[in-house]
Design a protein around this ligand. Structure first.
Ligand code: KG4
Ligand code: ZN
Length: 352
């Protein structure tokens, strides 16, 4: 079974082929440079870039693999959540392929796909918990199977990645700040008391990171000149020690907050033996270390994608589409894109 997956929900245009549950090939065009000029993703620019890249990337992938449309068994598309204009570019392309090739269309929840793609590297285990930590989301899920997931917690304000990026901005780092902040943190000494572990004094599995950003902004105002550095810092080698120490303290605060809520979720669902951690922030070195330790101490397993599949990619869409198809679920050409902030409906139907 050969499934083509298409990703265009934000600022990465990707296409990938998954064959019988194995990744056959993938292509990706990142727009990070375009948006870096503006300090964030500009939706209209992102849609235009998807439009520019989608066709050529499809041709590259199919030619590289010596495939024609008729060789595909299904097309999986990231239907949301995401930027609506961006989603619609991928959706129109996917529907066009399905119409031309008389192929089934499979709508994939981009968020669940981030977690389920761990199945490309290790066998998925159910029930499992999923911690999704990306630029736009911080969610905890309970998965009974690849097609049955229940959201247990979410962020009430900033997502974990957003907190990294906003703190990066406050500290004068180039955008997006998460990866560099992680690198700086590795060179610094963390002070566990410098920043709070926000929103733990409750009994829920939700998060709130906006106060942490304010704490870093206050600290930065008191300790660093304004602007902190003449040009945004892009390289860890140029960083002063006090900045590295501040990054290490912030990094520790975010990671320990995530860890506390995941531990709480694991205590509540003792049937769970597997934790999946994914999304851009899953590339964070301390988070990977702490989550691995946590599961090993509990005698469970941890699944995290390799770095290249932590951020947006089409392999996760093709693989999740494959899982849905195998479970007997598809959509039709009436499939709708779902913008950020709206729930993804389970409107699939049985494979006929
Ligand atoms: O999953 P993703 O590509 O975006 C969304 O789909 O939202 O994740 C991007 C986010 C950005 O906020 C970026 O700063 C963050 O992931 N990120 C990191 C690291 N690498 C990327 N945050 C912390 N540590 C990292 N190593
Ligand atoms: Zn994503």
């Amino acid at each position: 079974m050969l499934v083509l997956g298409i990703e265009s929900s934000c600022d990465e245009t990707g296409l990938a082929l998954v064959e019988d549950g194995h990744l056959r090939d993938a292509v990706l065009a990142s727009q990070a440079d375009v948006h870096a000029l503006f300090g964030g993703v500009v939706p209209e620019l992102a849609s235009r870039e998807h439009l520019r890249f989608m066709g050529p990337l499809y041709d590259t992938l199919m030619q590289r693999q010596g495939l024609r449309l008729a060789d595909l068994d299904a097309v999986a598309i990231a239907r949301g959540p995401g930027l609506l204009g961006c989603l619609l570019v991928g959706m129109a392309f996917a529907k066009g392929l399905c119409l031309a090739g008389n192929l089934p269309l499979i709508g994939v929840n981009h968020l669940l796909a981030h977690l389920l793609v761990t199945g490309l590297d290790s066998e998925l285990v159910f029930p499992s918990l999923g911690l999704l930590v990306s630029g736009g989301h911080t969610n905890i899920y309970y998965f009974s199977s690849p097609v049955e997931a229940r959201q247990l917690g979410r962020t009430l304000d900033d997502a974990a990645g957003e907190a990294f990026d906003k703190c990066g901005k406050v500290l004068g780092l180039s955008y997006p700040g998460g990866k560099l902040l992680d690198a700086l943190a590795r060179r610094g000494r963390a002070d566990a008391h410098l920043f709070p572990r926000p929103y733990l004094d409750n009994s829920n599995l939700d998060f709130s990171f906006s106060g942490l950003k304010t704490a870093v902004a206050l600290y930065s105002g008191e300790h660093f000149a304004k602007p902190a550095w003449p040009v945004p810092l892009a390289n860890a080698d140029d960083a002063p020690q006090e900045l590295c120490d501040c990054c290490a303290s912030f990094n520790l605060a975010v990671v320990e907050t995530l860890e506390a809520k995941v531990r709480r979720a694991l205590d509540r669902y003792p049937d769970v033996r597997c934790l999946m951690v994914a999304g851009g922030v899953a590339a964070n070195s301390l988070l990977r270390e702490r989550m691995t330790d946590l599961m090993h101490k509990r005698g469970g397993v941890i699944h995290m994608p390799p770095m290249a599949r932590c951020t947006d990619n089409a392999s996760m869409i093709a693989y999740t589409g494959y899982l849905q198809y195998k479970a007997g679920y598809v959509h039709d050409l009436s499939l709708e894109a779902v913008p950020r902030g709206r729930a993804i409906p389970e409107d699939w139907h049985a494979v006929s």
